[in-house]
Write a protein that binds this ligand. Structure first.
Ligand SMILES: Nc1ncnc2c1ncn2[C@@H]1O[C@H](COP(=O)(O)OP(=O)(O)OP(=O)(O)O)[C@@H](O)[C@H]1O
Ligand SMILES: [Mg+2]
Length: 265
């Protein structure tokens, strides 16, 4: 498996405005929605303007696309890739960029890494093509931080299986989930500056502490040396806006409150 995409020019979310763009990734049932709910609760309690959204389905159009993708009939591989990209294009243009422009924190439940990892695991389309399609769709917008919740597929499937109905992708065999996990880990290894990998095979509280610590590190990297180190291994550091304004005051307060719980990466 090749991951040449590490050489592509990156465009972290903060280039779309003074906000922060966070994505949660990982296989089905690893705890993405649970952790996003907890993190957004903490951020909102600290007074941070926070948009929680998801892909597919973060917009009205996206909800229709999501229904077609997850609960409709057969979708051929290229049509599937284009539908995810269409959802992403509309989501980024109408929700994500406006929120970043006003200085908010955007937390998305899945983003382009899911498309790349799922296609990579399915072996039907090239990872590079799928990534390029998403970058075209989003005009190059990448998260400032991607939190990969990593767990052994059996555990994730058991958690997911406790819910009533499994959707189309969750009915795939477990060898698919093993390959999917490997794809996600390979993506994280290729972009260590953007990704944080968290062991999701632990209690909700323990995982939440790791998530909070990762976000605190991101905020500190921006507030303590703006324009200097940002968690992004690319040549665009100089374009990262200087964090200013009320949004960053709230983020700094959040980092001060939870910074004491710093846990090793
Ligand atoms: N750390 C954890 N330990 C035990 N159970 C958990 C943990 N995190 C989440 N769960 C439970 O596992 C199930 C799946 O969690 P959740 O819906 O957050 O996962 P998800 O990654 O969003 O799944 P999906 O990809 O299907 O949306 C839920 O019932 C949730 O309560
Ligand atoms: Mg979920």
């Amino acid at each position: 498996m090749t991951h040449e995409h590490r050489d592509l020019p990156l465009a972290p979310g903060s280039q779309a405005g003074p906000g922060l763009f966070l994505s949660f990734e990982g296989g089905d049932g690893v705890g993405k929605t649970t952790q996003i709910h907890r993190l957004s609760g903490l951020l909102e309690a600290a007074g941070v303007d926070c948009l929680v959204t998801r892909e597919p389905g973060g917009t009205e159009l996206g909800a229709e696309i999501r229904r077609l993708l997850l609960h409709g009939g057969e979708v051929s591989a290229r049509a599937e890739a284009l539908l995810y990209a269409a959802d992403r294009a509309h989501h980024v243009q109408t929700r994500v960029r406006p929120a970043l422009a006003r200085g908010g924190v955007v937390i998305t439940d899945r983003y382009l890494d899911s498309s790349v990892a799922y296609q990579g695991a399915a072996r039907s389309l090239g990872s590079q093509e799928v990534r390029d399609l998403s970058l075209w769709a989003t005009q190059g917008l990448l998260p400032d931080l991607t939190i990969l919740l990593d767990a052994e597929p059996g555990i994730a499937a058991r958690r997911a299986g406790e819910r009533a109905a499994l959707d189309r992708l969750e009915r795939e065999p477990s060898s698919f989930h093993v390959a999917l996990r490997e794809e996600f880990l390979a993506l994280a290894a290729a972009e260590p500056g953007r990704f944080v990998v968290i062991d999701a095979d632990r209690g909700v509280e323990e995982v939440a502490e790791q998530v909070t610590a990762a976000v605190v590190r991101l905020i500190r990297s921006r507030t303590e040396s703006p324009g200097g180190h940002v968690p992004q291994a690319d040549a665009s550091h100089s374009q990262v806006p200087h964090p200013t304004g009320g949004a960053w005051a709230a983020l700094s307060a959040f980092a001060a409150t939870y910074g004491g719980r710093e846990v090793g990466r």
